[in-house]
Design a protein around this ligand. Structure first.
Ligand SMILES: Nc1ncnc2c1ncn2[C@@H]1O[C@H](COP(=O)(O)OP(=O)(O)OP(=O)(O)O)[C@@H](O)[C@H]1O
Ligand SMILES: Cc1cn([C@H]2C[C@H](O)[C@@H](COP(=O)(O)O)O2)c(=O)[nH]c1=O
Length: 212
């Protein structure tokens, strides 16, 4: 376990349903009387995060070098862990984040074709080694997720990358999960949201000592 609380990350490509599942898990945990903190990257509810989120996601941010992009995501993560995640874990809360380190490995590592182990090293330093107790990977072909995401809002800077970029991202998420299956729950996100949520609850119930 991470500190006194429980740390859960949702990961996956664009439009796979992370925000939807984070909200459903929040409601289920809160309904059971658990103290639960939902958060996200980039731009967790911190003043620094808000500035970094708009910088990295704004399509008007042109010419950003891949290494600079990786460092900006890592800076956002360092602030997030310092200001939100560690204090909540220390208070015994269940912390549920929409994206964490694996997003940097997939998007900056595989997507931008930086060395994944070097990107991992930056995040390890940024977080002082804090890892989730469980990562829920929502898996979808990128064409399906991008269509869902684009039906909802204008494309941000990363979402606007070609489909080959998003295929590398998906493959890397799956490889990370495959390398440490005990730390991951990989779910087919093409199913109805309530079915996905049921599988999430079953696994989280084991982790936090609740009945699903
Ligand atoms: N299981 C599902 N089946 C079909 N549509 C879904 C499902 N889950 C979520 N959606 C819809 O897909 C869209 C994207 O969902 P959501 O915002 O939860 O995804 P996300 O992974 O957080 O997206 P992003 O990566 O862009 O932040 C929304 O319109 C949502 O209502
Ligand atoms: C944490 C993190 C995120 N990204 C990318 C992935 C998405 O394209 C955006 C975030 O948008 P969302 O709608 O809030 O999911 O940022 C990234 O490239 N690297 C990261 O570390």
């Amino acid at each position: 376990m991470s500190a006194a609380g429980v740390f859960i990350a949702f990961e996956g490509g664009e439009g796979v349903g992370k925000s939807t599942q984070v909200a459903l898990l929040h409601d289920w945990l809160a309904g059971r009387g658990r103290a639960v903190r939902t958060t996200r990257e980039p731009g967790a509810p911190t003043a620094v995060g808000a500035v970094l989120r708009s910088l990295v996601l704004d399509p008007a941010t042109t010419g950003l070098a891949p290494r600079a992009e990786a460092l900006l995501y890592a800076a956002d993560r360092a602030q997030h862990v310092h200001e939100v995640v560690r204090p909540a874990l220390a208070a015994g809360e269940v912390v549920v984040t929409d994206r964490y380190v694996d997003s940097s490995l997939a998007y900056q590592g595989a997507g931008r074709e930086l060395a994944v182990d070097e990107v991992a090293g930056i995040s390890r330093w940024a977080t002082a080694g804090l890892r989730p107790d469980l990562t829920v990977l929502l898996d979808l072909p990128p064409e399906v997720g991008l269509a869902r995401a684009r039906g909802r809002a204008a494309a941000d800077r990363l979402e606007g990358e070609p489909v080959g970029f998003h295929r590398r991202v998906r493959a890397t998420f799956l490889a990370l999960a495959g390398a440490e299956p005990e730390r991951y729950l990989v779910l087919d996100a093409a199913r109805p949201a309530d079915d996905v949520a049921g599988d999430v609850r079953a696994r989280v119930a084991e982790l936090v000592g609740e009945t699903p």
